[in-house]
Write a protein that binds this ligand. Structure first.
Ligand SMILES: Cc1cc2nc3c(=O)[nH]c(=O)nc-3n(C[C@H](O)[C@H](O)[C@H](O)COP(=O)(O)OP(=O)(O)OC[C@H]3O[C@@H](n4cnc5c(N)ncnc54)[C@H](O)[C@@H]3O)c2cc1C
Length: 304
């Protein structure tokens, strides 16, 4: 079976991207709400009816033209207006590289600021996704500077990174909301823990720190052991000094039944819903997280 590392490398292949995209978005349908904002709104409504909140993301990453960053900002601002008009329970998630982080950090920060400002006007929140470890300092810097004027911005911390305990302590001091995830990129062992056991151990340890000292923490995972650890930690702390405003988060199309079970038990859960046409790298990361998904992918390729 293809390894996680190989699948993540394949995500950067323009040839494979062209081949897969030319065969249509049937592959992406499991993980992506559709190509338009209307598709996304339908999905958000359905999830809200099921007791699940949403964080909406317009697909795209590694934009190399700074003017395209402003076009992305406009797409997010339009989504914020629509969320307000439709009165759905939905925040936003933004990837800094889709705002041209790789080529112009100043433009990236200004474009993100524009979106966060619009979110503040419409009573909403924006979270910056975390990308590979070369971007961690830049993304945290942008978050901090915007947070000084707009506390409605939050960020993501990856439990696999060795540096994350220090980052979490600093962000907690600044009362910046954190989504804790395990981490989805290919990283060297000097930077990130290489084994699942190590990543899981750091996830649980950071989750406890966030429950004690965090601001609106979100635990993004489909791992029942992590979910049980959070529920148990909240029960053990008995509410004393524990963030009461925390939530679980999962990805659209992954472990739907578990999402429903969590909502039915009365825990707050938010699902990350991506929409748009630039689904290839997002899709490849989902395959890499569970290489068994590759069987489904290959079968679909052969059928077409
Ligand atoms: C809301 C949300 C936002 C995220 N944002 C970021 C981000 O900004 N930056 C970043 O690096 N990563 C992000 N991630 C991805 C994250 O880092 C992990 O790669 C991903 O969540 C898989 O880890 P896990 O916690 O589910 O645990 P795992 O141990 O990987 O998986 C636990 C179980 O969940 C199921 N599962 C997990 N992934 C899949 C899949 N793709 N398909 C089918 N089943 C699956 C399997 O049953 C698996 O056994 C995000 C994840 C979520 C849920």
């Amino acid at each position: 079976m293809l390894s996680r590392t190989l699948l993540l490398k394949m995500a950067d292949s323009p040839l494979l991207r062209r081949l897969v995209e030319s065969r249509g978005s049937v592959f992406a349908a499991r993980f992506v709400a559709g190509s338009t904002l209307d598709d996304a709104i339908d999905t958000i409504r359905a999830l809200n009816r099921r007791g699940i909140d949403v964080t909406l993301s317009h697909l795209g990453e590694h934009v190399h033209d700074p003017t395209a960053a402003w076009a992305e900002a406009d797409i997010f601002c339009e989504a914020l207006e629509r969320i307000q008009k439709e009165n759905v329970r939905c925040h936003l998630s933004v990837k800094p590289s889709q705002m041209a982080l790789d080529v112009d950090k100043a433009v990236c920060e200004s474009a993100i600021r524009k979106v966060v400002e619009k979110a503040a006007e419409t009573g909403n929140r924006v979270r910056l996704d975390m990308e590979d470890s070369n971007t961690t300092d830049d993304i945290l810097g942008i978050t901090r500077r915007i947070h000084r004027n707009f506390p409605n911005i939050g960020v993501v911390i990856q439990a696999y990174l060795r540096r994350s305990p220090n980052d979490i302590d600093a962000l907690n001091e600044e009362k910046i909301s954190i989504r804790l995830c395990k981490g989805a990129y290919n990283e060297p062992a000097t930077v990130a823990y290489p084994t699942k056991a190590e990543v899981d151990a750091q996830y649980v340890s950071l989750m406890k720190v966030l429950l004690k000292n965090g601001t609106l923490p979100a635990f993004a995972t489909h791992d029942e052991k992590m979910i049980q650890a959070a529920i148990q930690a909240v029960a053990e702390y008995g509410g004393a000094g524990v963030a009461t405003n925390w939530e679980f988060q999962m990805l659209y199309g992954i472990r739907r039944e578990l999402q429903h079970t969590i909502a039915d038990k009365g825990h707050r859960i938010r699902v990350y819903v991506p929409y748009g046409t630039e689904w290839f790298p997002y899709y490849m990361r989902r395959l890499a997280e569970r290489p068994a998904n590759v069987v489904f992918f290959l079968k679909s390729m052969l059928k077409r």
